[in-house]
Design a protein around this ligand. Structure first.
Ligand SMILES: [Zn+2]
Ligand SMILES: [Zn+2]
Length: 153
């Protein structure tokens, strides 16, 4: 929800995406680019199925599996984040600016929120965590009942 990547930023990201793919040896296919575009233009953390429904409008013959594999390669290139939602359902986003998520346990909506203090560079992690290994990123996942669901219970 909420955060939407501005149009100019979408175009910039699509341009750098082509260079990035070329450099890392991943093939740029029109389908892959279309999938990335769907993610860049979306503001609600779509699931694979939702991405598939959108890409299918443009590429009628694309399979769910192809969509999944392409999203996975985008994830490997750190262009896309995965959020594990309610009941283990995966959601994806192309907004790679550090931010955190609130998930509604009733309607399964995912809301973005910024919380500087919990970002990897700022957070002071307890030694219980540091003892486990080198920390790469931190992500705060808050579960609750959103305002909308809470108002009509
Ligand atoms: Zn809700
Ligand atoms: Zn998000």
């Amino acid at each position: 929800m909420n955060y939407k990547i501005p149009k100019t930023e979408v175009n910039k990201k699509l341009n750098s995406f082509q260079t990035l793919f070329r450099e890392s040896g991943f093939k740029i296919t029109p389908q892959r680019e279309a999938i990335y575009k769907v993610l860049l233009e979306s503001n609600n953390h779509p699931s694979i199925d939702e991405i598939y429904q959108k890409v299918k409008k443009q590429y009628a013959s694309i399979s769910l599996d192809t969509v999944y594999r392409n999203v996975e390669s985008l994830e490997k290139m750190n262009l896309v984040n995965r959020i594990c939602g309610i009941e283990g359902k995966n959601h994806f986003e192309a907004n790679t600016t550090p931010h955190h998520h609130f998930i509604c346990i009733k309607c399964h909506a995912i809301f973005d929120f910024m919380y500087e203090k919990a970002n990897t560079q700022k957070i002071h992690l307890p030694k219980e965590i540091l003892n486990l290994g080198k920390v790469q990123s931190t992500h705060l996942l808050v579960k609750g009942v959103c305002k909308k669901c809470n108002s009509h219970k």
